[in-house]
Each structure stands twice: as C-alpha cells, then as structure tokens.
Design a protein around this ligand. Structure first.
Ligand code: BGC
Length: 731
C-alpha cells in the first residue's frame, strides 16, 4: 500500500468538511449481517444449544444457512455503515453499490474478513508455518491470500494474528506464530509485507490488521477471554515486540483484544491504544474493536452503560466498533451533551478514510464477474506454495530408524482424522473448500503407496475394535493419524488437559501390542503433552493442520522424498500441569534441579518434552568451531555446520543470548537471530549470524529501553536446549 498522496489528503479534508456528524459516525460502524426471523430461540441460545450438544454443529450450520440475513441497506444508504464483515462477492458488490452510488457522499465500504492462513488456498496454521523459519514463505503466503480475497472484494484481513502465547492450553495458540517475540516479529513483518505489498495494482494487496492488541495470549491459565495481568517490562519485552515491528513495517490497522490488561480492557485502554500505539509507535492507520467488545466493557464492569462504553472507547483511541452498533447509537448524544470531544471522531474518520483511499477503493469499489470466479480452481502456483509450506512445516519429533518408509511396504493407515477433508484446514479457515483438500489417505494414494485404510478411532468417540484387528493384520507398518479436530483449537477452544483427546492413547496401545512398527502422524493446533507417546512409539511426526495440500506433504515426508526440516515454534510440555511452559522464562534464584528446594514440581520433570526450536531430520547436523567477532555495533557469531548424514537436508541455525548480570531479571535464553541452511549430504558450511548490539537490551518497568554493558552468554545451535556457547563481555 502506498502512502497518501497530497491530492488524497486534500480529498479527505474536503470530505470531512462536508460530512455530517451522523455520516462521520457511520464510518466508525462495522457490522455483520444480522440473522432475522424463523427462530423460536435467540441466536445466543442457538450457540448454547450447539455447545451443550442439544443440536449438532451440522444442524446449527444448516439453520444458519437457511436463515434470512439483514444487511441493513437503509442504514447503508443513509451513510450509516463504514465497514461490513462478509465474504460473498455478489453481496459485496451489492452493498458497495449502495454505498458508492446511493449515499450522499459516495464513500465506499471497507469489507473485512478473517483470512488467517489463506483464503481459497488454505496454508498451514500460523503456528506450523512459523516453524519453517523462512520469512520469504510467510510473505508469499500473505501475498497469495491478499490476491485471492481481493478478487472477492475482501480488502481487509483480520490478520496477522501475532499474539505471543506460552500456554498450550489456550486454543488460539494455533492462529499465531508461537511463543517467541523475535520469531513472531519476523513473521509479523513478513506477513504485513505480503498482504500490503507495494505493487501498483490494488488487485494485489489488502490492509493487514494486527491482532489481538495486546497480551491476549497471556490470558490467565490459558482460558480464552480470561484476565491478563503483567508488569510493563513483560508487556514491552515479550508481548508488544511483534506489534511494534509490524507497525514499523507499515501495518494499516490494528484490532484490540478482548482481555483486560492490568484491569483495563484493551478496548478502552488509552495506555496501549493512544500512548503506545498511536503516539509512541506513530501508528497512522485505524483501530477496530474485537467483535462485540465495546458492549462487553459493561459486563467487565468498567462502563456503566452503552454510552459510557462508547465514550471510554472513543476517547481511548478506538476508531471502529465491530458489531455492537453502540457507536451509531451513542456517540452523537455524547458529543451533543459535551461528554465527548468531536475531535476524537474527526481523528477516527480521517484514519479510516485514509486507509480506504490507500486501498484504491474510491477508484475500484467493485469486483468483476471474472474476478469473482478467478479462483474457482486453485492456480498451480498457489498450490505449489501450499505444498512447499506444508512440507517445510512438518516437525520430526522422534525417529528410531522407522522413517522414512519404504515405498514398497504395505501400510495400514488408521485414525479417523486421516480422511476427513475439512480437517486438514485447521482453525479459522472460513473460505477453504472441502473439494480442494487432500487428506492423508488421498496423499498416500497419490504417492503410489500400497495403503489400506481403517478409521478405527478419532479424537472423540469409541474405538472400533474390529477395524483395529483388520488394520493390525494387514500392514507391515501402521501409520496412525491421531490428534485434535480443527475445532479443538482456535477461538473458544481452550483445553484443561492437553494430552491426546478421547480414546486415542488406548487405541495406540492396541496398535503397539501388535508388535508392528507404529508411526504416529499428529494433526493438532497446539502443543500436546506426549510423554507416553514419546516413550512408547518409535516415530512421531508433528503435522499440525497443514492446509489444502496436507496429504501430499505428509506422504512426501513419510517416504523421504522430502526431508523434514520444521522446528517447533512453541515448547511441548511433558505434562499439562507444567503450563505455561516456554523456553525464555525469567531466571529464578533457584532454577529447577535435582535438589528439592528449587523451582520444580514433585510430580513432573523440570524440562519440557520437546523444547522450542526442536525438530529432527532424516540426516544429522554437527556444530563446531563457534566464534564471536566483536565489531563496533554488532557481534558476528559464526559456527561450522556439517551435514554428517547421507541425505541432503535443511537446518535452522539458531542464535540465542543470555544477559548474565542486568538491572532486572532477564530470560534464561532469548532468540536473537536464525539462518536456515540447506546442506548436501556431507557438506560443511561456515554460518554467520549478526547480533546487533541494539538488540541486546530490554525494557524496564517504566517502559524505558536499556542497553547495559557487562557479561553475556551467546549460544548457537539447532534448538533452544542444545547449543554451543561462549561468554563475552561488552564494554
Ligand atoms: C475474534 C477475532 C475475529 C473477529 C471477527 C472475534 O471473535 O476474536 O479474531 O477477527 O471475531 O470475526
């Protein structure tokens, strides 16, 4: 997206001059179509009925599909809508036509939608993609998603989701790039570049929306929407960095989070919205609330009524209301009674209009018939990217010489997840289509495997023992696809127990009792506690929800046509009770050890099962000859990396540091750089990663950044646990 031209700035001034207060407030109103008529119960009650199982998800969806929708055409015609959350291009055009041709000022709508990991071409969930450690891939994923959605008239993605999450119980960990602020910042910048790329042609870009601002991932005990409380140092060192980085990259919009932060809901938090985002970071786009969040300020108990909530939100810097109509109803009386300064409204409208102009909406508000159908069939280039990212996202967690499989071996494929098309899409893949999905069963068949399939058992329900017996008797090797349904992660999908759900562990025991080798292929949207599986299974592949090309990617990895190279973007605890667990924890005075009076549990290991940055390969890598060269502004850290196996492969070389003696307690390790290296079998390469001295500081509890001299330990290696290290003193 380009910056505003002088001509556009003048146009905005002219529009603001002409607009009535109602038209201004209209710009700040985002709606979703309302469901009307036909129900004996309210929409909220229907959701409850689905949650407690009185109606199935399918019945709910059918009811919704059959329901009449109200798009509020009259309000639109009167200039009362600024944005609509929809995805059907025909409806986009119809609503846009009213806004452009029938309102007094002809201001187009900005159509927003949740496009989190792909639009039509659905890519791996972000948690998986982050594990590729390849910013070029993150960027290209964004670019393809932008093009595809723009052809449907969607010009605004509620993405990237860049919440740091250190608690695997939180379902929304699936949507973001994991637990590390540095990796998440690299991801955030690349995604913003991809979505908003500077191409001349508006058909190719959309506005990004950084969410959820901020610290939503720190919700207490991993329970969604729960309260969040932390020191300012923690906020600035851990949760804000990806947002800061993405704002510096030019992100156009931001969505405030649902949670309260230290007692103030992010929706009305003037410290985070105004002081940090708009003033300190210089963010010049607009902020939207999360769905219904302005109203929820009353439930939080910090707003007396709707008008109070509207005043608090608008004056804190909340520019657009998602879905409550409270701005529409309450801002005008608040201004007229002198309770709210009109300057807040003018500022919000200026910001919203500037993004609409930069998106080229005034020139091209509609999509053509050709565009609407452009991606009915997914283009080869998009599919190739989906396959590449999926292959590179797979993390090999364990392998006792079972993988790769021999193409001639007879495979017994089991697990209900192996052949349900939509399940490969993962959470938040609203525009993905079952017809485009390649399941693992299909992928194995495409690869020419000798495969027989029996579902036997899924994440819910019973084990079909007859099928298990058939599966056991037929194959030379058993490939068991186990894990979580896509709906078990994402929003409102926190879990208090992160072991394999349902009877899947019992099912794996039955398979192992056969004496045949069992490979577990995991499909899940969060780290799972896999201690038992790690102890008993000879091979475990973490395959997440990999998107439309999942089946092909998994087959290529199983057969060794592609060597796994993904690394974990989040720690896998050994037990749920260890949550929250993350590699970069502040150093305690009594780090956990064998001794009793240290920071540990009586009944759990000190260490996680698999650390951040971990992932095996079919080849092996050796690190040696670490060297640090200090320059004026940076450290040049190098290491000799050797592929010591007999296959070509890729390794993510990771650079960490620890500040040994600082004015506040610092993390035991912090990722500061990485480099993905592709090495032929037997090849050696000197890898150098630059650590800029600016990166070696931290924020204190007054949000002041410090760069302190003294002792540091620099680490370099293939995961956050196993590294070479050297001490250095910076003077
Ligand atoms: C989610 C957001 C999403 C919004 C609009 C909310 O429930 O928290 O992430 O963008 O809905 O769909």
């Amino acid at each position: 997206m380009k910056a505003l031209t002088d001509k556009q700035k003048t146009l905005i001034d002219e529009l603001l001059e002409k607009m009535t207060i109602d038209e201004k407030i209209g710009q700040m109103n985002q709606i979703s179509p309302s469901i009307v008529g036909g129900f004996d119960v309210s929409f909220e009650e229907l959701i409850e009925m689905m949650t407690d199982g009185r109606i199935s998800k399918e019945e709910f969806n059918n009811l919704m599909a059959g329901a009449k929708q109200d798009f509020h055409d009259d309000v639109n015609r009167a200039g009362g809508l600024g944005s609509v959350l929809i995805s059907d291009p025909e409806i986009v055009n119809r609503l846009q036509k009213i806004a452009v041709e029938e309102t007094r000022l002809g201001i187009p709508l900005i159509i927003g939608f949740d496009v989190i990991h792909g639009f039509r071409t659905v890519f791996p969930i972000a948690l998986a993609e982050a594990g590729t450690f390849e910013p070029e891939l993150f960027e290209k994923t964004g670019r393809i998603a932008a093009k595809e959605s723009r052809a449907s008239g969607i010009v605004w993605h509620f993405a990237p989701m860049i919440d740091i999450s250190r608690d695997a119980r939180w379902g929304r960990i699936s949507e973001g790039p994991g637990e590390d602020p540095y990796l998440a910042s690299v991801f955030a910048k690349a995604r913003v570049r991809g979505l908003q790329n500077d191409d001349e042609n508006p058909e190719n870009y959309v506005a990004a929306c950084l969410k959820h601002y901020v610290a939503y991932g720190a919700c207490e005990s991993g329970r969604d929407y729960n309260t969040t409380s932390m020191a300012k140092s923690m906020l600035h060192n851990t949760y804000l960095p990806p947002f800061k980085a993405a704002v510096e990259e030019g992100a156009a919009t931001v969505m405030a989070a649902f949670n309260d932060l230290n007692g103030v809901p992010c929706t009305v938090n003037s410290y985070t919205l105004r002081n940090i985002l708009k003033e300190s970071y210089g963010f010049d786009g607009f902020v939207v609330s999360d769905a219904n969040a302005i109203k929820e300020c009353i439930i939080h108990g910090i707003a007396e009524d709707e008008q109070d909530a509207a005043i608090k939100a608008a004056s804190a810097g909340m520019d657009m209301d998602m879905g409550t109509w409270i701005y529409s109803k309450e801002l005008k009386p608040a201004v007229e009674s002198g309770k709210l300064d009109i300057a807040y409204i003018n500022e919000a409208v200026r910001r919203i209009l500037s993004i609409k102009m930069r998106l080229g909406l005034f020139e091209k508000p509609y999509v053509t018939e050709e565009e609407m159908h452009r991606y009915d069939k997914l283009p080869k280039e998009h599919l190739a990217h989906a396959l590449e990212v999926a292959e590179k996202s797979v993390v090999l967690l364990k392998n006792d010489n079972v993988l790769p499989l021999n193409k001639t071996s007879k495979i017994s494929l089991v697990g209900a997840l192996a052949d349900i098309p939509e399940e490969v899409l993962g959470s938040w893949a609203l525009s993905g289509r079952a017809k485009d999905c390649v399941t693992i069963y299909q992928g194995l068949k495409n690869a020419g495997a000798d495969v027989l399939y029996h579902p036997c058992c899924g994440p819910e329900g019973e084990i079909n023992e007859i099928e298990v017996q058939a599966a056991i008797s037929e194959g030379d090797v058993i490939v068991a696809v186990v894990g979580e349904f896509a709906s078990m992660s994402g929003e409102a999908s926190s879990r208090a127990d992160i072991t394999l759900p349902g009877k899947q562990q019992e099912f794996l025991k039955m398979l192992l009792d056969s004496g045949k080798p069992v490979v577990a292929v995991l499909m899940n949207g969060r780290p799972l506690a896999l201690s038992w599986e790690n102890e008993h299974l000879p091979a475990i592949l973490e395959c997440w929800h990999l998107g439309v090309q999942m089946g092909n990617a998994v087959a290529h990895i199983l057969f060794g046509d592609v060597n796994p190279s993904g690394k974990l973007s989040c720690t896998f605890p050994a037990m749920t009770g260890q949550c929250p667990m993350y590699y970069n924890s502040p150093k305690t005075g009594r780090p956990g050890s064998k001794s009793k009076f240290t920071s540990r549990y009586l009944d759990a290991p000190i260490e996680p099962l698999y650390p951040f940055g971990y992932g095996l390969s079919y080849t092996s890598f050796e690190y040696s000859d670490m060297n640090i060269q200090e320059e004026k502004d940076c450290l040049k850290v190098s290491v000799l990396l050797k592929n010591t196996g007999n296959r070509d492969g890729a390794e993510v070389v990771q650079l960490y540091m620890h500040d040994v003696n600082a004015s506040i307690v610092r993390p035991v390790k912090e990722l500061k750089g990485f480099s993905k290296e592709y090495l032929k079998a037997g090849e050696s390469r000197k890898v150098t990663i630059i650590l800029s001295k600016d990166q070696m500081g931290f924020y204190d509890d007054d949000a002041v950044y410090h760069l302190e001299n003294g002792k540091f330990i620099i680490y370099i290696g293939g995961n956050s646990k196993e590294c070479l290290e050297q001490k250095i003193t910076i003077v």
